[in-house]
Design a protein around this ligand. Sequence first.
Ligand SMILES: [Zn+2]
Length: 238
Amino acid sequence: MGSVFNDYTLLSRLIFAINTVGHIFLSLTQFTSVVKRFVYGQNPEEANFNDPTHIDESKTFAAETESLLEICPSLKETNNPDFKKFHDFTLACGLPLGTVLVSERQSCRKCTKSLTLDKKEHLIVIYHSEHGTYLGNRLTKNCRRCKIYEHYGYWTQGGKKYFDADCLKNDYLLSTEDTAFQVSLLRQCENLLIVGAVAFSTFTRSYNRRFGYVKHLTRPQSSLLSPVNINEKRSPLL
Ligand SMILES: [Zn+2]
C-alpha cells in the first residue's frame, strides 16, 4: 500500500472524503478502515476488520491523514468554509470565481475545428441550494468560421439560442446571460410544486429567509438563521 502523499489520485480522494464526512472518521478504526478502502479503490466486499495486515494499513493511513490535517488545518473546518473564503477572496480581487461555467465542448459542432476560448469573462449571479446567492463567471467558446458561440448548456448562432439536449444533467442551468440556477435547487422547487403544490413565490420566500435576504430587518443580522452567510450584498431569489 503506497503513501497517499506519493499519489495525487489517492490524495484527492482523501481530501474528498474529509470534505464529505469530516475528519471524524479518524475517531473509529472501522470508519477509518472504510475510508481507507474508498481512497485506495479496494473492494468493499472484502472488508475484514480483524485482519492484522488490514489493521496495520489502517493505522498507517490514519497517521498519514493526521499529517495531512496538520499541513492543511482548514480541512478540519466544517460547513464548507473554503468555498466562502475562496469566493470572498476572489470577490475582493474583483474577479468572482465562486463558480466558472464554460462548455466542455472542444470542437465546433458543425465543422469540427477546435473552438477558441473567448478571454472575456462575464459576471453571473448564481442561485445555489447550499451557498445561497453568490457571484461567479461564465466563459464563451466560439468557432469564427461558423459563427457558433458555445456557452455552458447552450449555444447561439445567427442570433438564435439552442439549449443542449442534456443541459439539465449539468450542475447549473444558465437561464439568462447573467443568471444561473443550480439544477438541484430547481429540482427541489419542482418536487415541492408537484408533491405539495408549493407556489414558486413560497419557495422563493423560504430561500430568501434561509439565506437572510429579508427586507426591513428588525433584528441584528447575526441572529438570522443563515448557515453560510456570504450573501449580504447579493440578490434575493426574485
Ligand atoms: Zn465551425
